[in-house]
Design a protein around this ligand. Structure first.
Ligand SMILES: C[S@@+](CC[C@H](N)C(=O)[O-])C[C@H]1O[C@@H](n2cnc3c(N)ncnc32)[C@H](O)[C@@H]1O
Length: 158
């Protein structure tokens, strides 16, 4: 079943999801690997007075199909920011995106080149799986846009 609820992959300390929450993406589920969870939960707790609630979290390693299934995909919005930096993680990341996004859904990807190897592999594989649209910089919020950071919309190929 498709979910309008968004999910974030590799949320880190949760900054992107918290910003998106303020922009109206409610009920976002923030995911990351187990070692990140304590710092993430601590950060969300500290921001709870501003957010008005504790955002949901779920442990998710991109390689772990049980953890993916536990989230009961598919999702209409899969969010990921700055997650392409380890070559070995590229294929599991793309597989997790593919498993989680609904047929008519989108992956919103905030992207910066971190590693030339991961960058090359990611885009070579990504274009095989998804239709890729780069959001023009002039469409990004002038206060938050950064010249080295791009935003992409990935959709399942029709
Ligand atoms: C550079 S940080 C970006 C964090 C956050 N999205 C941001 O923009 O501030 C990359 C994140 O991806 C997570 N990550 C890396 N490999 C992962 C994997 N195999 N499964 C799940 N998360 C992973 C890391 O734990 C880390 O939080």
């Amino acid at each position: 079943m498709e979910k309008t609820q968004p999910v974030e992959l590799g949320t880190g300390c949760g900054v992107a999801a918290m910003c998106l929450y303020f922009l109206g993406l409610k009920d976002v589920v923030l995911t990351d690997i187990a070692p990140v969870m304590p710092a993430l939960k601590h950060n969300l707790k500290r921001n709870k007075p501003v957010l008005g609630k504790m955002l949901k979290t779920s442990q998710l390693h991109w390689n772990n199909s049980d953890q993916i299934k536990a989230l009961k995909p598919s999702f209409d919005f899969v969010i990921a920011a700055d997650v392409v930096y380890i070559e070995e993680s590229v294929k599991p990341l793309l597989a997790a995106m593919e498993a989680m996004v609904s047929d008519s859904g989108v992956v919103l990807l905030g992207y910066q080149v971190r590693s030339p190897e991961a960058h090359a592999l990611f885009w070579e594989q990504c274009y095989r799986i998804f239709d890729v649209q780069m959001v023009p910089h002039e469409h990004l919020h002038p206060e938050y846009a950064y010249e080295k950071f791009d935003v992409y919309i990935l959709r399942n190929k029709v």
